[in-house]
Design a protein around this ligand. Sequence first.
Ligand SMILES: [Zn+2]
Length: 286
Amino acid sequence: MPELPEVEVVRRGLARWVARRTVAEAEVLHPRAVRRHIAGGDDFAHRLKGQRVGEPSRRGKYLWIPLDTTHTAVLAHLGMSGQLLVQPHDAPDEKHLRIRVRFDDDLGTELRFVDQRTFGGLSLHDTTPDGLPDVIAHIARDPLDPLFDDAAFHDALRRKRTTIKRALLDQSLISGVGNIYADEALWRARLHYERPTATFTRPRTAELLGHVRDVMNAALAVGGTSFDSLYVNVNGESGYFDRSLDAYGREDEPCRRCATPMRRRPWMNRSSYFCPRCQRPPRASS
Ligand SMILES: [Zn+2]
């Protein structure tokens, strides 16, 4: 799955290449790509036609494109392999092209949704007064959002009887932190993933949030260098930014702080990578 920095780069690309253009025609080439649009592909295409595209927005890993004159927005689900591409009209269709959006201007490009496995897709939703698609109104702000409330997050963390990595991946507490960035931030903060959140002090929470923001901003800085082209792209399987990871995927490799071999443990159908020396397991839970 793409994580927040990858999605943010796609958002910036859409802001540059698609915002403020008016849809001439939308073409749905595979019904699975609009299955979350309950009224179906014809309705989706019909309702996009003639609409002016607003400024693309993101919350966590959710990305949407508001339509200016209606209180609606196109929500993009990138799934495992979804890509949003801005391509010249005459570029050959991609093998897994699912949706094409043409615009009524002479910029010579169109927006394409390409998805090999078709777990992703596009759907049109009503928006809340805050401008969020209604189906994601319950998703918490992400840590890069200027309106993210650190103090409220700490209070919620303390109230929630859970462990820290579960909390970081809980989209109702904080959005946009996936498995990779959680492991990276916990390694930087020297925190074991099973540390109970009830033990967190305010400074500890602040430090952890700082590390979460640092790893995301570092990834953005890498990915941000490549978006300055016509090719707006995210690919959850192979398109992760070429980032240097300190924890994730480093089983048996030496910890970059203390040289102890890193460990991997199964965790909620995924894996957790950690340094057994820098990130001691909590005593109570063992
Ligand atoms: Zn270590």
